[in-house]
Design a protein around this ligand. Structure first.
Ligand code: FNR
Length: 185
């Protein structure tokens, strides 16, 4: 392939110092040439309201266009009370509408949940996969990326603290790139 796949990266945390945002930056540093990882911001999107149909907020239109322009979507999310944070669910709802114009339709998807806790956001991960089925996103089945121990994962320079972690993440990205190619035929 001559051109890199465009991957919209959605981060399920608005927190300054978010581990999931650190993960996005660390992944950008090690991404293969076949993947162009672009963070698409979601924190400014108003709560979804179906009354938007007549006059969608500017943020909605731009967000939907960013998703439509991407070959794939990579979700990096913490777990909030065993599910995905509201900000991420809101972005999924915004992108899914108006009815019949789902921006996520047919995209390849990848999911990593990252938590300081030991369970690696398993509950959020599974809930997210369930929503992505509804949105017709073809989500990479394995490796299942439930990542714990987030507090020790990154260096001050924004890389991965341990070579093993970096190698594992690199393997995930290579598998994801292959998956995107298969979905696009
Ligand atoms: C959490 N956190 C959390 N962690 C977890 O592993 N399972 C959970 O169910 C929850 N629930 C939860 C609810 C709420 C409302 C908050 C604010 C936090 C902790 C969470 O994983 C931690 O704050 C992460 O650091 C959040 O991710 P970022 O912001 O670092 O990307």
């Amino acid at each position: 392939m001559s051109q890199a796949y465009r991957v919209a990266v959605l981060i399920g945390s608005l927190r300054q110092g978010s581990y999931n945002r650190k993960l996005a930056l660390a992944l950008q540093k090690i991404a293969p040439a076949s993947l162009q990882l672009e963070v698409v911001e979601i924190g400014h999107l108003p709560f979804y309201n179906e009354d938007e149909a007549a006059s969608p907020p500017a943020g909605y239109t731009e967000f939907r266009a960013s998703i439509k322009a991407a070959d794939a979507v990579l979700f990096l999310s913490p777990e909030y009370n065993r599910s995905i944070p509201a900000v991420l669910k809101n972005a999924l709802d915004v992108g899914s509408r108006p009815y019949g114009h789902n921006a996520f339709n047919g995209k390849a998807g990848g999911v990593i949940t990252l938590s300081p806790g030991a369970l690696g956001g398993f509950g959020a991960h599974q809930h997210l996969r369930q929503v992505l089925v509804c949105l017709n996103v073809a989500t990479l089945p394995t490796p299942e990326m439930y990542i714990g121990g987030a507090a020790d994962m990154f260096t001050d320079e924004g890389g991965f603290a341990k070579p093993d972690t970096q190698a594992y993440m690199g393997k995930f990205l290579a598998t994801f790139a292959d998956w995107i190619g298969r979905q696009k035929g």
